[in-house]
Design a binder for this molecule. Structure first.
Ligand code: MF3
Ligand code: CO
Length: 249
């Protein structure tokens, strides 16, 4: 069942989304190559979210042990923070969810750590642009397949692949609601977008194969070929005025 949100509920999600966006930015700004670890990011993130009056959506969700997912290089998503310092040349996905007054918002961005290779920079740029192109299709009367197809086409035409095993999702009182929002699909197919829907679009883009493997910790997903992966995500409200991105400052 897809839950449509009233304007007052959307405004609460927008306030949660502002905290998400600010947390991700401040975490990225705090990174010192060779020094900052994922655990440092998690601890700072927890503090920023609590000071803003929110609750981290991920901590304890199905047993996930941290407030922030930090996924580095070949880690696609759901990296569990550890003590290894981030190094110059790495790429790092910072994924944050915040619950405020019972409503969630969720976003992610992948950042360069210091100077990175040309190919990694292109991976980040293509993934970010694929999200933007998907967001542009998040309009009343379009279908989920229009978003999915658009993302897949852009990514593959740039020589990268989209992860199939993980998808975007509806969001609201629950972190994950219907509908599923895949990053691959067919124009004109899937659920029709209606005013008041709130969804997370989150392309995960790999340099090599789209196949992924889950580590024995049951969370960390890495690329099957060990090549790098990037991830960008926004929470967007389907409004009569077009795509209304909630995870911005
Ligand atoms: N952005 C991811 C998602 O929407 C992060 C979830 S982490 C989890 O699925 F721990 F909450 F699962
Ligand atoms: Co999400």
């Amino acid at each position: 069942m897809i839950v449509l949100k009233k304007p007052s509920e959307v405004e609460t999600m927008r306030r949660a989304g502002r905290i998400v966006a600010r947390t991700i930015r401040e975490l990225a700004e705090s990174i010192v190559p060779g020094k900052t670890s994922a655990r440092d990011l998690n601890e700072l993130g927890e503090r920023i979210i609590a000071d803003a009056g929110g609750v981290p959506s991920f901590k304890g969700y199905r047993g996930y042990p941290a407030a922030v997912c930090v996924s580095r290089n070949e880690v696609v998503i759901h990296g569990i923070p550890d003590d290894v310092p981030l190094e110059e040349g790495d790429i790092v996905d910072i994924d944050v969810g915040v619950c405020l007054e019972g409503y969630h918002a969720d976003a992610a961005r992948t950042f360069p750590v210091g100077a990175i290779s040309k190919e990694s920079a292109r991976l980040l740029a293509v993934t970010k642009e694929s999200l933007n192109q998907g967001l542009a299709k998040a309009k009343v009367g379009n279908r989920i397949g229009d978003i999915a197809f658009t993302i897949q086409k852009y990514v593959e035409s740039n020589g990268f692949s989209v992860v199939r095993d993980l998808v975007g999702h509806g969001i609201g009182r629950s972190l994950h609601e219907e509908p599923s929002v895949p990053n691959y699909g067919t124009l004109g197919k899937g659920e029709m977008l209606r005013e008041g829907m709130t969804i997370c679009i989150e392309p995960m883009v790999n340099e090599g194969t789209w196949k992924v493997v889950t580590l024995p910790d049951k969370w960390t997903m890495i690329t099957a070929d060990g090549k790098r992966s990037a991830h960008f995500e926004h929470t967007v409200h389907i409004s009569r005025n077009g795509p209304d991105i909630l995870t911005v400052e």
